[in-house]
Structure formats: structure tokens, C-alpha cells
Design a protein around this ligand. Structure first.
Ligand SMILES: *Cc1c(COP(=O)(O)O)cnc(C)c1O
Length: 392
């Protein structure tokens, strides 16, 4: 087919040509001043965008690696933790905690909403002696399209004067939804390269607080590759516990330059909010015919990164995805877990602008219509109208 295929997956996302070009160059010696400066500037700037004054640790890995680094550094075998199970990814992270021998207390949200502060307050109030060492949650749960209000979660911990570490998977929210680590006293903030950062998969980060650093030093669990102590103490190449990902850092430096050129991380999250609002306006209009609905039941929790659209029973979401891909040049995320076959997910994070989002919405509408799914009218009009009223 002619033209570009649109990748509206919630990761990996579009990689701007500028980033691809920045990576298309010869390797450099990682013992040089040039490499030291590149690494330092990348770490400083990612941390600046997290608003984190603690250390930032980089990994040549997926998000799963950052999960494992976090779990094995913070918690010893048998440590009680509360895992907020709000969808596929947070559930899987909890399973990883169990695999590492943690004593997991599951906090269920039902996969259509985020962490309810009152319910969390109740769950933590039963923790006599305040033994729970960590509260783990996904800021944006990519499988459900739900973003949890982190300020509310922080307030619950503060109100109870609960010392648990606040551990946040911001893999799908970093660069899309504001998250200020110091201000919210987030102890670990996890991010990856292939979502909001517009990069190929292969880099992950944890911004960590001083409390998290001391927890790691007090934890006698055996570990090596992921060990923060090893990564914090030895200069240069050892931070990555092996040869550093030189080309990914070339790309990352370019991505960080692009973020600053746009006006900084706040401008980037504002754009995500606007484009997400446009997607939501279209889905809202389509839903009036009763065949589709938002998975996220609370409007204020609908994420800036991905919209999960549910179809009523008689319709097949996988068929929509197939038609979208084969006839209309667009790929999207499929329904995961209990949503398999009955939902699809429109990713709207990373390198995107208004015509790309309008194009994607047009292709989604055409796909839904081609599958005979009844749609309310005016979806594209609602999106265009919302965009026309925005000031930026
Ligand atoms: C994508 C994603 C992950 C997993 O990242 P990988 O790089 O695929 O391991 C974890 N959590 C969330 C919220 C995600 O969106």
C-alpha cells in the first residue's frame, strides 16, 4: 500500500526521523570524554523531566527489566508489599514480586478504574504495625487506558503516616501525563524508551529517592546484574553493568532535545492531553449508538496515552484490528486478558500531531464502519471542533 502505515500502538510508538538519523552513525569508544558527556547529559535531562533530585539509573533492557531491578533492590524475600492490580501490566508486575518471594497483598481495582484513594486508605489501615514495605502501582495502566491520581495516593500514605515506599510504573505515562517525583515523594519512577520517549525499545530507567537508595543498601538479597549499589558505585560503563547502549544514547539525546525544543516536558504533556481529548471526543460521539464504550468508567481517569475501547458482545474487536491493518494501514493495540477479543486500544502517545491523530481517527471510524458496527455520527467533527478551539 502507498503512504505510511500508522502505528497507533501504545508502544512501541513512532520514531521520528531525527532520532533515527541521530542513531545512524559509527560507534564511539565509551572510555572517551565524548561518551561521558553524552551519558551525563542524558541522565541529567531524563531526571529533570521526572523532576527527581535523587539518582537516575539506566538499563539496557525492557520495562520488565526495570521492574525486576526495582523489586530485587528494594525488597528481600518475604517482604510484605501491596500491589495495586489495575490491569494486565500491574498484575504481571505483582506476579514478578511473587516469583521473587515477596509477600504480595493484592489490591484489586476491577480493571476499569484506577486506585481509589478511599479503598486504599481502608486496605492500608488494616496493616497493623505498618509492616507493608512498598505500595506498587502503574500510573497509567496501558491495558485498560486508566491513569491513577497519584496525588490522591500520596495523600493516603501521608494521612496514615505510612512509611511504605511509593513505587510507580510510569512506563506509559512518562512524557504524557505530569509526574513530579520529588513533589509526590515517589520513591521509584520507572520509564522506558519506546513509549513517550519516541525511541526504539531497549532502554529503561528508574529515578530513585534517597529512601529507595538506603532501602537497597539495607537489603541483603543476592543480586548482581540489576544491583543499584554496583551501578551507583562504579563509574562509566558499569552503570549499565556491561557495554553501554551507545546508539540508544545518541537517539535519546536527540529525543531530549526535541522535548526541550517543544517547550519542555509540560508542553509535551499538554499536547498529549489535547490530542487525547480529541480521541475521546470522537469515541464519545461514536459511543452514542450503544455498540462501543470507554473501558475507563471514570472520565477523569481516562489516560493521555491510550484509549481502550470496548465493543458490545456481538462485535469482534480482533476483526476491527484486522480490517484496520489490512485495509486502512493502521495498527493498534488489542484487548488484553479479560478484554481479549472485546476491546481495542488506540495509542496516542509519543511523536504525534493533529493531522496524525485526525488521520488515525478517520481510519478507525472507517474500520468500525467496515465491520458493520453501529456508530453515533459526528466523531471526527467532534475531534476537529475540539482541536479548533485549542489555543496551541
Ligand atoms: C509497556 C509497559 C510495560 C512493559 O514494558 P516492556 O518494555 O514491554 O517490558 C510495563 N508497564 C506498563 C504500564 C507498560 O505500558
Amino acid at each position: 500500500m502507498s503512504g505510511r502505515t500508522f502505528i497507533q500502538n501504545p508502544g512501541p510508538t513512532n520514531i521520528p526521523d531525527r532520532i533515527l538519523r541521530a542513531m545512524a552513525r559509527p560507534a564511539i569508544d565509551f572510555g572517551t570524554e565524548e561518551f561521558a558527556a553524552l551519558l551525563e547529559s542524558c541522565l541529567i535531562n531524563v531526571n529533570r523531566h521526572m523532576a527527581n533530585s535523587g539518582p537516575l539509573i539506566g538499563y539496557t533492557s525492557t520495562g520488565h527489566g526495570a521492574w525486576e531491578a526495582t523489586v530485587t533492590n528494594l525488597f528481600d524475600v518475604g517482604a510484605p508489599v501491596l500491589v495495586c492490580d489495575s490491569g494486565h501490566f500491574s498484575h504481571r508486575w505483582g506476579e514478578m514480586c511473587e516469583a521473587h518471594g515477596l509477600d504480595v497483598q493484592w489490591f484489586e481495582t476491577g480493571w476499569r478504574q484506577g486506585v481509589d484513594p478511599n479503598a486504599l486508605q481502608e486496605a492500608l489501615s488494616t496493616d497493623a504495625g505498618k509492616r507493608i514495605e512498598g505500595v506498587l502501582l502503574a500510573h497509567t495502566e496501558t491495558s485498560t487506558g486508566v491513569t491513577t491520581d497519584l496525588e490522591a495516593v500520596r495523600s493516603v500514605l501521608d494521612d496514615l503516616d505510612h512509611p511504605a515506599l511509593l513505587v510507580v510504573d510510569s512506563i506509559a505515562s512518562f512524557g504524557c501525563t505530569p509526574l513530579r517525583v520529588d513533589e509526590l515523594k515517589v520513591d521509584v519512577c520507572l520509564a522506558v524508551s519506546q513509549k513517550g520517549l519516541m525511541m526504539p525499545v531497549g532502554l529503561a530507567f528508574t529515578g530513585i529517592s534517597e529512601r529507595a537508595v538506603s532501602a537497597a543498601y539495607q537489603n541483603s538479597r543476592h543480586r548482581f546484574y540489576w544491583d543499584w549499589r554496583r551501578r551507583l558505585e562504579v563509574e562509566g560503563y558499569r552503570m549499565f553493568c556491561g557495554t553501554p547502549p551507545i546508539h540508544h544514547l545518541f537517539g535519546l539525546e536527540e529525543a531530549l532535545t526535541m522535548i526541550d525544543e517543544e517547550g519542555g516536558i509540560d508542553a509535551v504533556t499538554d499536547r498529549h492531553q489535547l490530542l487525547a481529548d480529541a480521541v475521546r471526543a470522537a469515541v464519545q460521539a461514536w459511543s452514542s449508538a450503544g455498540a462501543i464504550q470507554f473501558n475507563a468508567v471514570n472520565a477523569h481517569e481516562r489516560s493521555n496515552s491510550v484509549t481502550c475501547v470496548r465493543l458490545t458482545e456481538q462485535h469482534d474487536a480482533d476483526k476491527v484490528l484486522q480490517v484496520a491493518q489490512e485495509r486502512f494501514n493502521i495498527t493498534m493495540g488489542s484487548g488484553i486478558g479479560p478484554l481479549a477479543g472485546s476491546a481495542f486500544r488506540i495509542g496516542h502517545l509519543g511523536d504525534l500531531n493533529t493531522p496524525m491523530v485526525m488521520g488515525a481517527l478517520g481510519a478507525v471510524e472507517a474500520s468500525l464502519r467496515a465491520c458493520g458496527i453501529p456508530l453515533g455520527s459526528g466523531g471526527l467533527e467532534a475531534a476537529a471542533s475540539l482541536l479548533s478551539e485549542s489555543s496551541s
